[in-house]
Ligand binder design. Structure first.
Ligand SMILES: [Zn+2]
Length: 182
């Protein structure tokens, strides 16, 4: 029994370190591991070389509706739903796998990573709480993140109906989404 708890703690520490490297905030670490706050603070400082940012997690679903974040959030969800359907991954593992794929795809397209791991994790909780849903764009057929009670009929996504200044990143974003849905 003693060995088991040691192994479990080692695993938890490894998980926490991975999460910090991926950009997790302290609240995420506290929710997903059994390590004490003091232990997590120390780990965070060791990995990042600085204290974690203070303050609460972003709590609103609105951020995910703004133009650029919506495309990134939708790309992450494309991976999330794919791995949910085709693998045994669950919970945090599923989020981490999807997040790594999202980052890889964004970097391949030479775009900036807009969605942090903490935001992705928060978004999955919003989906679980039925505050968000996916809607299919009637123009391009892609699936995008929307508020749960918005009508999905006739939905047009941010790529098909976009601000003019965003033209430069459109092609890269389209390629990333197409790759994720392939
Ligand atoms: Zn569209």
């Amino acid at each position: 029994m003693r060995n088991k708890s040691v192994i479990t703690e080692a695993n938890e520490i490894r998980l926490a370190v991975d999460l910090v490297k991926l950009g997790a905030r302290l609240q995420l670490l506290e929710a997903e591991t059994n390590l004490s706050r003091e232990r997590l603070l120390k780990l965070y400082k060791e990995v990042k070389g600085e204290s974690p940012p203070k303050g609460m997690l972003p709590f609103s679903t609105d951020w995910f509706m703004t133009w650029q974040p919506n495309i990134h959030a939708s790309l992450f969800m494309a991976y999330y739903r794919f791995f949910q359907k085709h693998t045994q991954l669950k919970g945090l593992e599923l989020i981490i796998k999807s997040y790594r794929m999202y980052v890889e795809q964004i970097e391949r397209g030479s775009m900036d990573v807009v969605l942090s791991l903490t935001r992705a994790w928060t978004m999955v909780r919003f989906f679980d709480a039925k505050m968000l849903q996916m809607a299919t764009c009637r123009e391009c057929g892609g699936d995008f993140v929307t508020h749960a009670f918005d009508p999905t009929r006739g939905y047009v996504c941010g790529l098909c109906h976009m601000p003019a200044r965003a033209g430069k990143t459109r092609r890269a974003a389209e390629l990333a989404l197409a790759a994720a849905e392939a």
